[in-house]
Design a binder for this molecule. Structure first.
Ligand code: PLP
Length: 414
């Protein structure tokens, strides 16, 4: 498999590690637990530290097991480089801490994962202006831009209400204005969608979710797609401008976001995620098809008030989703009609597990307003389109008939 050969998504992931020699011919990249990396020549240690030759220094900044996973994700996203973090939030935090300064301005989608929303509040308290807009229409993003806008931040399919950002048009706008476009690709994963195709400069993946896929390891990543011209970014410090401009962003993010803040991925977690990633395509196809069947069933039921899933023709962004995504993903949310208590309903499910992860092999359900979106309060929930009865369903890879019977049976018992 040479660099130029184009294999399919899964073939590429399965065989990527072997592109570099692996110890003893291991088919899996081994788990390296050593924190330090020793050199026989002290001068070589110095030149690794000075970035004059490649090599590992200290586990917080990287390790061979992590590096193999980073290569795999770079391939998945068709990017130029990837940094891994302890969690998805670690990756998002690195963008904020590593790239923004007081006085900067950010335009963010208002439809966001709850903890990302909370992190934006923190950043706003540190002197960065943040404007939240309805990013399903590029006009709202354009209207919010200022001369000091440093980045635009969106999720592909928003967690949990499934609004789809106006991805391509926002990409075009950012390109025209020379603004960094940051896309959280967690809900689609690079199997369903590559943000690079719409001009994203940085792509975030919460590896905890579908990429790892089995709910047994936390992790996050940041991929530079090569689409952004870092010479246009004013916040790159002089000492990170020494290499070729294409490397400026990742050099600063590795130093400021990873080295200084220390949210480093553990090698054992990297191994779990790399093994999980081998079946990403298979799991996404199965889970997406289960999600479409389940969302369709619930939408046709008189006891259900609303179903939010980009795969349904009734979804406001169904057209954009059909155009851009390979399928519609494994997550949907729905609202029960008044008179049916969402807790009673969830307690009747036998397969769907009340739990707060997503992208797991198992189907997980959660009453959003009472759990993950509780802290922000009713007013902000309303502005994000979160109904008090909203149930988020992360659909797993169970047998479809069993899932349909479970969700239907819990309604019948209501
Ligand atoms: C879960 C999630 C994150 C955060 O990932 P963690 O690994 O849990 O920190 C970020 N963005 C989205 C869209 C998510 O669903």
């Amino acid at each position: 498999m040479s660099e130029k050969t184009t294999y399919g998504f899964t073939t590429t992931i399965l065989h990527n590690d072997r592109q570099k020699p692996i110890e003893h011919g291991s088919l899996h990249k081994p788990i390296h637990t050593s924190v330090a990396f020793g050199y026989t020549d002290a001068r070589q240690l110095a030149s690794v530290f000075q970035g004059k030759e490649p090599g590992f220094r200290y586990g917080r900044q990287g390790n061979p097991t992590i590096s193999a996973l980073e290569d795999k994700i770079t391939k998945m996203e068709d990017g130029v480089a990837t940094l891994c973090f302890a969690t998805g939030m670690g990756a998002i935090g690195a963008v904020f801490q590593g790239l923004l300064r007081a006085g900067d301005h950010v335009v963010s989608s208002s439809f966001l994962f709850g903890n990302t929303n909370s992190l934006w509040q923190t950043v706003a308290g540190q002197g960065v202006g943040v404007d939240f807009v309805d990013a399903t229409d590029v006009a709202n993003v354009a209207a919010a831009l200022k001369p000091e806008t440093r980045l635009v931040f969106v999720e592909t399919i928003a967690n949990p209400r499934t609004q789809v950002a106006d991805l391509a048009r926002i990409g075009q706008l950012c390109k025209e204005r020379g603004i960094l476009y940051v896309v959280d690709n967690t809900m689609t994963t690079p199997y369903l969608f590559r943000p690079k195709s719409v001009g994203a400069g940085l792509v975030i993946n919460a590896l905890t979710k579908s990429i790892g896929g089995h709910g047994n390891a936390l992790g996050g990543s940041l991929t530079d797609t090569g689409m952004y011209d870092w010479t246009a970014f004013p916040n790159i410090a002089a000492n990170y401008r020494r290499a070729a401009p294409a490397q400026w962003g990742m050099t600063q993010l590795r130093a400021k976001g990873l080295r200084d803040f220390g949210a480093s991925l553990a090698p054992e977690a990297a191994h779990h995620i790399a093994v999980g990633a081998e079946t990403l395509a298979l799991r996404m196809e199965r889970a997406s098809s289960n999600a479409l069947a389940l969302a369709t069933l619930l939408e046709s039921d008189a006891r259900v008030a609303a179903v939010h899933y980009p795969g349904l023709p009734s979804h406001p962004q169904h057209g954009i989703a059909s155009e851009l995504f390979r399928s519609y993903g494994s997550l949907f949310s729905f609202e029960l009609k008044d008179g049916i208590d969402c807790f009673d309903y969830l307690n009747r499910l036998k397969i769907g597990i009340p739990a707060s992860n997503l992208g797991d092999t198992r189907t997980l359900v959660i009453p959003v307003a009472h759990t993950i979106f509780f802290e922000m309060g009713a007013e902000r929930r309303a502005s994000m389109g979160i109904a008090e009865s909203l149930i988020r369903v992360s659909v797993g890879i169970e047998d479809q008939a069993d899932l349909l019977a479970d969700f239907q049976g819990a309604l019948d018992a209501a």
